[in-house]
Write a protein that binds this ligand. Structure first.
Ligand SMILES: Cc1ncc(COP(=O)(O)O)c(C=O)c1O
Length: 357
C-alpha cells in the first residue's frame, strides 16, 4: 500500500483490486463495493484530515451514539460512463446540499463542500474501472454521516464520521409494481424529518412495507399523517400521477423529500410540452380518475430506478388497475430522456451533467 497526499486529502491505495473477482452480469444491488472508500472525522469542533483508503471494516465503540439514537443521514447518487470512458455525475450539487440539510435537521455538523467534491472526484478516479459504460450501468454512490461518540446520553454527539462508499449497479428494473395506499401508517409527520434523508425514516418504513408485501403489494404509497387523504410518496420515491395528459406531483414539504429525479422530471416535462401540476393530490381524486378512465399512469421517481411504473393500487380493500399504454407512456419517454442525459447521449441544456476529471 502506498500513501500520498493531494492537498489536504490523504490517499492510501489498495494493494490489489477486487475488480477481477466481480461478475458484472450478475450483480446484486448494494452488496459489492469498490476498492476504496472516503472517510473524514469531526472531532473537537472541526473536520479532520479527509482520507481515502481501501474499503474495509471499521471498529466503533458499542456506545457510539448512532447505534442508540439513530443520528445518521445519507445520500444516494450515481456515476455514469459514456462510450469514450468519460465519467459523469448527475446534479451532484443537489445531493451535497441535501445531505447538509439533513445533517442540520439531525443536529449534525455540515460537511465542507471542497472536501466533498475533492473526495468524491478522487475516489471516482481511483475506482473508475468499476463503472461500466452503457445505459443501465452505473456506480451507486452512498455518502453518509454518523455520530460516533462513545457516550449514550440522549443528546447530540460531539464526534461524527462522514464517509463515501460506492457499489456498482446494473439497470434497476423490476417491471411494474402494485402498491398499497397507506390508511394507517405514516412515513413522516408535520414538523418531523421526512424531508431529510435520515436513516431512521427508512427503518420505520420496513414494517408497514412488509405488511403490504404479505398482501401482494411491493410498495406503499404514503399519505399525509393527519388525514391519510393526500398522496405523498411511493416507497422511497417521489410519485407522479397522469390524469388524461397532465402529470401531477405533490409539492415538497417537511414531510416529503425534495428528490433530484422529481425536480428533473418536472423540468423535462416542461421541455417536452407536457403539462405538470405541482399541487396536493387527494386519494379520492385518483380513485375517481381510475373509475372514469382518466387515470393513465402512476410512477415513482428516484435515483435508483429513475422511474418505476405502477400497474395498480389498493385503497380501502378495492384494487384499481391502470390501463396498459406501453410505449406511449410518459414514464418510458421521460425515463429514456433522463437516461440519455445521464449517459452523455443527449444534449444537456440545463447543465446537469458534472464530468469527473
Ligand atoms: C423518501 C425518498 N423520496 C424520494 C427519493 C428520490 O430522491 P432522488 O430523486 O433524489 O433520488 C428518495 C431517494 O433518494 C427517497 O429516499
Amino acid at each position: 500500500m502506498s500513501s500520498t497526499y493531494t492537498s489536504n486529502l490523504r490517499i492510501e491505495k489498495a494493494a490489489t483490486s477486487k475488480l477481477k473477482d466481480v461478475n458484472f452480469e450478475n450483480i446484486a444491488f448494494g452488496k459489492t463495493f469498490t476498492d476504496h472508500m472516503f472517510m473524514c472525522d469531526f472531532v473537537n469542533g472541526e473536520w479532520q484530515q479527509p482520507q481515502i483508503m481501501p474499503y474495509q471494516p471499521m471498529t466503533m465503540q458499542p456506545s457510539a451514539r448512532v447505534f442508540h439514537y439513530g443520528q445518521a443521514v445519507f445520500e444516494g447518487m450515481k456515476a455514469y460512463k459514456d462510450d469514450d470512458g468519460k465519467v459523469f455525475l448527475f446534479r451532484p450539487e443537489e445531493n451535497f446540499k441535501r445531505i447538509n440539510k439533513s445533517s442540520a435537521r439531525l443536529a449534525m455538523p455540515e460537511f465542507p463542500k471542497d472536501y466533498f467534491f475533492e473526495g468524491l472526484t478522487t475516489l471516482l478516479n481511483l475506482d473508475k474501472d468499476w463503472i461500466k459504460p452503457g445505459v443501465g450501468n452505473s456506480l451507486y454512490i452512498r455518502p453518509f454521516a454518523i455520530a460516533i461518540d462513545p457516550a449514550i446520553a440522549a443528546a447530540p454527539g460531539e464526534s461524527y464520521r462522514f464517509m463515501i462508499i460506492c457499489a456498482p449497479a446494473k439497470a434497476y428494473y423490476k417491471g411494474t409494481v402494485k402498491v398499497l395506499i397507506a390508511e394507517q401508517f405514516s412515513r413522516s409527520a408535520n414538523g418531523g424529518v421526512g424531508y431529510a434523508k435520515a436513516a431512521g425514516n427508512y427503518a420505520a418504513q420496513f414494517y408497514p412495507t412488509n405488511l403490504a408485501q404479505q398482501k401482494g403489494y411491493q410498495q406503499v404509497i404514503w399519505t399525509d399523517a393527519d388525514t391519510h387523504t393526500f398522496l405523498e410518496e411511493a416507497g422511497t420515491m417521489n410519485v407522479f400521477f397522469r390524469i388524461n395528459d397532465t402529470l401531477i406531483t405533490a409539492p415538497t414539504s417537511d414531510r416529503i423529500l425534495d428528490g433530484v429525479t422529481r425536480k428533473s422530471l418536472i423540468q423535462l416535462a416542461e421541455d417536452n410540452n407536457i403539462k405538470c401540476e405541482v399541487r396536493p393530490i387527494k386519494v379520492n381524486e385518483i380513485v375517481e380518475a381510475s373509475k372514469n378512465g382518466s387515470l393513465k399512469e402512476i410512477f415513482g421517481a428516484g435515483t435508483a430506478a429513475v422511474i418505476s411504473p405502477i400497474e395498480g393500487f389498493e385503497y380501502q380493500d378495492t384494487y384499481y388497475e391502470l390501463p396498459e399504454i406501453g410505449a406511449h407512456s410518459y414514464s418510458s419517454m421521460l425515463k429514456e430522456r433522463m437516461l440519455n442525459i445521464q449517459h452523455n447521449l443527449a444534449e444537456d441544456k440545463h447543465h446537469w451533467r458534472y464530468e469527473i476529471k
